[in-house]
Design a protein around this ligand. Structure first.
Ligand SMILES: [Zn+2]
Length: 277
């Protein structure tokens, strides 16, 4: 019988170690709160963690997500949860914020790297406080029909609009990103005060959660400015129609490039922070 290969370290342990290394440091960088960033992304020192259970909220997918952010971000999310709870909403399911020191997240998004972005699930159906194991694979259903042109009216509730409005009214919000079909639904149904619609902007995906993007907190000179603020108006205009036009005419493939552009690099201070023990 041929000798069997026996790795010195069990493969499962090796895999777990590799995953931890790929995910970066598991502790925040100690020190005063300091956000550093550029167009490639960024990092944060002195981040604090959103509690897994707080009045009006539960974190979900704890094994896959990260819940660290600037103290102002955490305070505002706790405030949103309290406001929603007082208005009779079930616990908000909280998704990704940032890694303990920020930096790149799975999926390669430039956002979520500096502790000032948060994903909140758009689930307004009554639900109990779940044990951690039951939250691990929680994936609220998409509110958008498969063709991407409108919301699923069997799932959409006026409470979704109310929750989005609450998010736009938090202090320091830059914008709230949702699928274009959700924005279209707001455009065609919100009556009365529509000023808050300006802050809700269409983006790719985001069919079952909203992405709350906060402005750089005060006293953070190394936090790169956010994109230009949303233009005046409710955004129910050609900028929204663009998302539906592209469903009819997908963008042409880009011409071949002879030399791939060099991807922008994180600030050196961030690379050092993410490598530090
Ligand atoms: Zn997000």
């Amino acid at each position: 019988m041929p000798p069997r290969f026996r790795p010195l370290i069990p493969l499962t342990l090796l895999l777990a170690a590799l995953l931890i290394m790929a995910a970066g440091p598991t502790t925040p960088m100690p020190g005063p709160v300091h956000i550093i960033g550029n167009s490639a992304g960024g990092c944060i020192q002195g981040a604090v963690r959103l509690p897994d259970d707080a009045p009006g909220l539960q974190t979900v997918r704890v094994g896959k997500s990260n819940f660290w952010g600037h103290p102002d971000t955490i305070a505002r999310l706790l405030q949103l949860a309290r406001t929603a709870s007082a208005a009779g909403f079930p616990d908000l399911y909280m998704g990704d914020l940032s890694n303990p020191r920020g930096g790149p997240m799975p999926g390669g998004h430039v956002s979520h790297q500096m502790g000032i972005d948060a994903d909140v699930y758009l689930d307004v159906n009554p639900h109990p406080r779940l044990p951690f194991a039951a939250r691990e694979n929680l994936e609220p259903p998409s509110l958008v029909r498969p063709d991407g042109r409108s919301v699923d009216q069997s799932r959409w509730r006026p409470e979704h609009a109310a929750l989005l409005r609450m998010a736009t009214e938090l202090p320091g919000v830059d914008r709230v990103l949702v699928n274009a079909a959700i924005k279209k639904q707001l455009c065609s149904t919100v009556t009365g005060d529509r000023a808050w619609l300006r802050m809700v902007r269409p983006w790719y995906g985001h069919a079952s959660h909203m992405h709350i993007s906060f402005l750089c907190p005060a006293g953070q000179p190394d936090c790169p400015p956010r994109p230009a603020p949303p233009p005046p108006g409710d955004g129910c205009d050609a900028s929204l129609q663009w998302w539906f036009d592209r469903l009819d005419a997908p963008p042409k493939p880009a011409p071949p490039v002879t030399k791939p552009p060099r991807p922008p690099a994180l600030p050196a201070a961030c690379i050092a922070m993410l490598k530090a023990p």
